[in-house]
Design a protein around this ligand. Structure first.
Ligand SMILES: Cc1cc2nc3c(=O)[nH]c(=O)nc-3n(C[C@H](O)[C@H](O)[C@H](O)COP(=O)(O)OP(=O)(O)OC[C@H]3O[C@@H](n4cnc5c(N)ncnc54)[C@H](O)[C@@H]3O)c2cc1C
Ligand code: SF4
Length: 502
């Protein structure tokens, strides 16, 4: 019997389950990694995403070879042809692969016929296995992230003082989420000079004869585990202290503020969630880091990230098609070009074009907030996010965009839609200062589109939103609006769509 292992592009860790299962027999275990062009032609991916994934795969193949594995690295039009050839060449009788995170790839494996047995090792890239999440979820009426997070803190003994949370509270949000007032000087993130492997991939992607998105120049993402560990260390020593207070702030020209920039590495397997959480928790104990920032960060990885992954596998396969508000407007072209007079959107889109990165509040309160209140199709928006972000994968896209950003799942994971007017953006950013629109105005020539779309959204879905208890306060304000003003708002929203305004 010959066992061969197929390592998928987001499973780049020597401790991943399929490799671990054959660690002692590595010299007799052929391993394959495949760059499939078919896979990347599904949507116009950001060039830096392609470089990141392919360069990280090529580096990982070298790492495996150095560790004594016998590795085949295939660059091919699709997965099937190199897999079939490799199985024949190496007389493989059992193909072992770690269970994919993404449903489309799992479905591909379901239908795979190679004339050998196919064995799927349970995925070990998350703290919570799918089984453990299902057990947690099936015992509950509601699936609140907060309850899940507290359970995770206890289960993995993170920031715990016996049975109680360290500091006496589970959450220090009151000390966080400050608006960006005065001079803001965040530290530079750690970027890496492309080496020969990365440069070769950059040349290939630059010459791509299929549609792609974004700029390739300035690529500086980590492409090895060693570099990703350096990025983690750099975050802890230069950014973690101020992570909490400015977590929700947005500042022109400051793409990353105090954010960690670790999602691309966690999602590829270059970093593991438990090591990230434990390293940050240790920094709290040993280097006296502020608890509001430490807890705020750990909540993101131990709470939100694990929760989103668990929910993705817990909900049905129809989840991506959900459209609770029945929204169908197509994605405006300026989502791709960035050519819009709305400065908050222009700045965010320009940044994504340059880097593939936007931080959480840009994603949630600028991009998906606009898409939600303007009534854009959730599936078109999800596809756009998936194409343009450096850290996008099916498992993390569906729950974040369809669920959290657009409430298209009707409230599986959010207790109310994240809809907001210009008020929020004006408070949490400096974007409105340089905008052609007026954040204070709801109607008139210079009225901010976030305002008329917001009130129009509330009015259009008034009855549905009434059943979401947390919306009642804001709906009372809608009731106070005069019929005349509401009519002007409704007209402004309709005109916007009719005339393809920007
Ligand atoms: C509409 C929308 C789309 C998103 N798309 C993605 C995506 O494609 N890929 C992705 O990894 N995250 C996505 N997120 C979650 C989050 O915005 C990013 O993980 C985060 O901005 C990554 O940047 P960072 O590493 O600097 O994060 P930080 O702000 O420094 O947070 C630390 C870490 O927490 C984790 N995290 C925090 N929130 C989430 C979450 N909701 N889901 C998953 N992980 C989380 C990430 O691993 C992140 O690295 C999305 C959120 C929204 C609202
Ligand atoms: S005024 Fe409106 S469109 Fe302009 S930056 Fe502010 S919120 Fe965005």
């Amino acid at each position: 019997m010959t066992v061969g292992i197929w390592v998928l592009g987001d499973q780049l860790w020597q401790g991943q389950a399929a490799l671990v299962s054959r660690q002692g027999d590595r010299q007799f275990t052929p391993v394959i990694l495949i760059e499939s062009q078919h896979h990347v032609k599904q949507r116009p991916y950001h060039k830096q995403k392609l470089v990141l994934v392919w360069s990280a795969m090529r580096h990982f193949a070298e790492e495996l070879k150095a560790a004594g594995w016998s590795v085949t690295y295939a660059i091919a039009p699709d997965f099937m042809s190199p897999l079939t050839q490799w199985v024949v060449d190496h007389h493989i009788t059992e193909l072992r692969v770690m269970e994919p995170n993404d449903r489309p790839l799992a479905q591909f494996l379901d239908g795979l016929e190679l004339g050998c047995e196919i064995v799927r090792s349970p995925n070990n890239h998350f703290l919570w296995s799918r089984k453990a999440f299902d057990q947690w979820a099936s015992r509950r009426k509601g699936l609140l992230m907060e309850s899940f997070y507290r359970e995770g803190r206890k289960r993995y003994e993170i920031l715990m003082d016996g049975k109680d949370p360290v500091g006496g509270q589970w959450n220090f949000d009151k000390e966080n989420r400050k608006p960006p007032k005065g001079e803001i000087h965040p530290p530079q993130p750690l970027w890496f000079e492309p080496d020969t492997i990365t440069q070769t991939v950059m040349d290939r992607v630059d010459l791509a004869d299929w549609p792609t998105f974004g700029a390739i120049a300035g690529f500086g993402w980590a492409v090895t585990r060693d570099q990703a560990l350096q990025a983690l260390d750099h975050f802890i020593h230069t950014r973690l202290t101020t992570f909490g207070p400015y977590q929700d702030a947005m500042v022109t020209g400051e793409d990353t503020l105090w954010h960690a920039l670790l999602s691309p590495y966690l999602n590829l397997g270059l970093l593991q969630p438990l090591e990230v959480i434990q390293t940050v928790a240790t920094a709290y104990q040993e280097a006296d880091m502020p608890l509001n920032s430490v807890e705020g960060f750990i909540r993101q990885v131990l709470g939100w990230r694990e929760y989103m992954h668990g929910i993705y596998h817990y909900v049905g396969a129809d989840y991506p098609n959900r459209n609770f508000f029945d929204h169908h407007y197509p994605l405006p072209d300026w989502f791709w070009s960035g050519n819009t007079a709305m400065n908050c959107l222009h700045q965010t889109l320009d940044q994504i074009h340059r880097t593939g990165y936007g931080h959480h509040i840009q994603r949630l309160m600028i991009l998906s907030n606009f898409a939600l209140i303007a009534g854009l199709s959730p599936q078109a928006v999800e596809d756009w996010f998936h194409a343009t972000f450096i850290d996008a994968y099916d498992w993390v896209m569906q729950t974040n965009v369809i669920g959290m950003g657009l409430f298209a799942d009707g409230g599986v994971l959010a207790t109310k839609p994240y809809a907001a007017s210009a008020n929020y953006i004006n408070r949490m950013s400096d974007y409105c200062k340089s905008c052609r629109y007026n954040p204070k105005k709801r109607t008139g020539e210079d009225a901010c589109p976030f305002n008329f779309f917001y009130w129009d959204f509330l009015a259009r879905h008034r009855d549905t939103l009434k059943s979401q208890g947390r919306m009642n306060f804001i709906l009372k304000n809608l009731d106070k609006m005069s019929g005349e003003e509401y009519e002007a708002i409704r007209q402004a929203a309709a005109d916007w769509h009719q005339h393809d305004r920007v």
